[in-house]
Ligand binder design. Structure first.
Ligand code: DQQ
Length: 560
């Protein structure tokens, strides 16, 4: 080696030992993402305690420091100034005391008067998974990164009481303050096959909590309510409001994470602070299928927070893997967070609308625009000139002459079933049309995100949005379940828009400007890196018009 090679070698070894060069990540890791939040390695699940403090966004998350499977659960911690680029910190909360000796499970942050954050989390106190609720506060309020947390010595502050099963009693929400100066907080549970949000009230000091006689709400046949969330949304416009806001200008949203299959369901209604009761606009709305869901694909244990700097409510959600646990162990990691989404009440007042935070657009480069054009029946159109494995695309479609639309059987009320029965290959008049993402050149592999339009009841049209993973990978060990949602858009009067965030092994899609969202995990074996392609397609029997198409390569974000 000459002097120059020796110095290069030394520099390279130095970078490697400091973990700056992640050799593995660039070579053997086609499924690591470029702009989604994930730790360097190991297991991650629920987002915890998101908040903004002194202009810094905080994200804590359920993390196993030792393996790529669930276990040894701690609160890991990262911060950001833009919700896009993230700096890791030391683990914030880990098992250390009798009140959390077997793990620190999910919880939330509340900003107390004077702008002081406090965290409530579920402590696991034995091998039976007995659950109690604990308080932690920052050690140093002048540190905007809130790197160290102090567990209140009198923990646990809340323990379960009969008839609650102490192993099904967890995930405290952000608290809200009533006009009586008492805080309220929910804890998820189940009694007699009815999922419920138990309501606790505290004294002014946030430390003494008593259980109310009635839950805030409960619903039949919903299993255990994990990670409940409860917050107001403005009835006018898209601005978010602080969690302790009540009155005629807001509606309230109650969300619960329900198992089998995992899904985050919500319901909109009215909250009477005087009676401490939530009355949903629709009865039993959390348990019904399809019901209202944040995301009709993979998205669970989510949590919102109010961004007081930008007056918006932001939603975080965990996106698990669709690969086998063995494959997760081989790649050394499991779990992503969806791109944080701004969320607001739709004009109809009947559902929420979600959209990736605007800061994400700072990663867009190499814009590709397509003039409006017809896509003939049975044709495929490549969108080239971008990094198709790491991209953001917005497309909208227009159609005329809906008379030819197929009639939807009035018994077809389950959109996911419809999507999986018809896939992307069964032709109807209008649809399937949409995008083929993470596609190989020969279309042996692709993930299809698309629409179908049907004639429904009373001269109305029904729009179905699907994400079909059945051809997403030649590897058959992955879960390739199809996802679907009805999209509340009138295609006669509105364009049909679709945005997809494509990031190596995740595809997050937003239909109708965010009225329906579907997230999928896919692991192509051919369509990776430079061999990934992006297409618009129309496999229906009628032509459709692309009225606009803009796509971008996405730069890599600095994540952990
Ligand atoms: N994950 C946590 C629990 C929560 C579940 C444990 C939801 O607190 O109920 O890691 O994914």
């Amino acid at each position: 080696m000459n002097n120059f090679s020796v110095s290069l070698f030394l520099l390279f070894s130095l970078l490697l030992t400091h973990g700056i060069v992640e050799l593995q990540a660039s070579t053997n890791q086609p499924y690591r993402t470029g702009f989604h939040f994930q730790p360097i390695k190991n297991w991650m699940n629920d987002p915890n305690g998101p908040m903004i403090y002194k202009g810094i966004y905080h994200l804590f998350y359920q993390y196993n420091p030792y393996a790529a499977v669930w276990g040894n659960i701690t609160w890991a911690h990262s911060t950001s100034t833009d919700l896009v680029n993230w700096t890791p910190h030391d683990i914030a909360i880990a098992a250390s005391q009798p009140f959390d000796s077997h793990g620190c499970w999910s919880g939330s942050a509340t900003i107390l008067p004077g702008g002081r954050p406090a965290i409530f989390y579920t402590g696991i106190i034995d091998s039976k998974n007995t659950q109690v609720q604990n308080l932690a506060v920052p050690k140093n309020y002048s540190d905007p990164y809130l790197r160290e947390w102090f567990k209140y010595p009198k923990n646990p502050l809340i323990v379960s009481t009969k008839p609650i099963d102490p192993t099904l009693f967890r995930d405290p929400t952000t608290a809200w303050l009533g006009p009586d100066k008492r805080w309220r907080m929910l804890i998820g549970s189940i009694i007699d096959n009815k999922g419920l949000a138990i309501l606790y009230k505290s004294s002014k000091d946030f430390k003494h909590w008593t259980k109310e006689n009635h839950p805030l709400h409960s619903d039949n046949n919903t299993r255990m309510w994990e990670c409940p969330d409860f917050y107001p949304v403005s009835t006018i416009g898209q601005k978010g409001v602080d969690t302790s806001t009540f009155g005629p200008k807001v509606k309230h949203v109650l969300k619960a994470s329900l198992g089998g299959p995992p899904r985050d369901c919500y319901t909109i209604g009215t909250y009477s602070i005087g009676k401490d009761k939530f009355i949903p606009d629709m009865e039993e709305s959390l348990g019904v299928v399809p019901g209202l869901r944040y995301d009709y694909g993979k998205f669970y244990a989510s949590k919102t927070f109010f961004d007081s700097d930008k007056n918006r409510r932001i939603l975080w959600g965990w996106v698990s893997e669709s690969s086998s646990a063995d494959d997760d162990k081989k790649k050394g990691w499991s779990g992503l967070q969806a791109i944080p989404r701004s969320l607001w009440l739709d004009k109809s007042g009947k559902q929420l609308v979600q959209w990736p935070v605007v800061e994400l657009e700072s990663l867009r480069v190499n814009s590709v625009q397509l003039p409006s054009k017809f896509v003939e029946a049975g044709s495929v159109l490549e969108v080239s000139g971008l990094t198709a494995a790491q991209a953001d695309i917005e497309i909208s479609f227009e159609m005329t002459d809906f008379e030819k639309a197929d009639v939807l059987d009035s018994n077809s009320t389950n959109p996911q079933l419809l999507c999986s029965q018809k896939g992307a290959s069964v032709k109807s008049a209008f649809g399937p049309f949409g995008l083929l993402v993470l596609a190989s050149k020969d279309l042996q592999e692709y993930t299809a995100v698309f629409f179908r339009i049907f004639k429904g009841q009373e001269h109305k049209y029904v729009v179905l949005m699907c994400s079909d993973q059945s051809r997403s990978s030649l590897n058959d060990k992955n879960d390739k379940t199809s996802y679907g949602a009805f999209l509340n858009v009138d295609p006669v009067h509105e364009k049909l828009s679709l945005r997809s965030l494509i990031d190596h092994s995740i595809v997050e899609s937003f239909g109708g400007g965010g009225k329906a969202c579907i997230t999928a995990r896919v692991y192509p074996t051919l369509a990776i890196e430079k061999d990934a392609h992006l297409y618009a397609f129309n496999n229906g029997t009628e032509k459709v018009k692309i009225s606009s198409l803009s796509a971008w390569s996405m730069k890599k974000a600095q994540i952990n």
